[in-house]
Write a protein of this length. Sequence first.
Length: 167
Amino acid sequence: MFELALEKNELESCWKGLQQISQLTADESLMALLENPKVPFEAKERLLQERLVGVHPFILNLALLLVSKDGLRLAGDIASQYRSLFDGHQGIEHAEVTTAIPLDEREKEILSRRVGEIMGKKVTLDLHVDPSITGGFIVRIGDTLIDGSIRQNLESLGKNLLEAGRS
């Protein structure tokens, strides 16, 4: 889907359409109809055409394919993967960041800028809070892990002290 959208220069419109399909899956009564094997495919097709007015034809075709294969609930995962490819195409990297406490907007901006400098790319943060890290932060970008947590520093210090005591 991404390659087709890229080839046709329709990245943004396809992204918006994928978001719409993903939002449809939150409507359980609609999903019950679309997943019901007793409802004819033509009725499902009309229903999707009514709900997805104005979406790019690629997206409507994808939705119809997913419904025909009982896979419409995968739309959220598909949208997420598409977004990753879209952002990567634009030079934007996603970083999962875990902190001990929630960050304010200024702190988020500073952290995003610093991580971006390290990675050499623009970075958007997906923030999580985990009080067990005590302080600092943990950043994961793809296969790269930056562990600046106090918990990690304390564990390292403990190991160093144990090794020094054995010498």
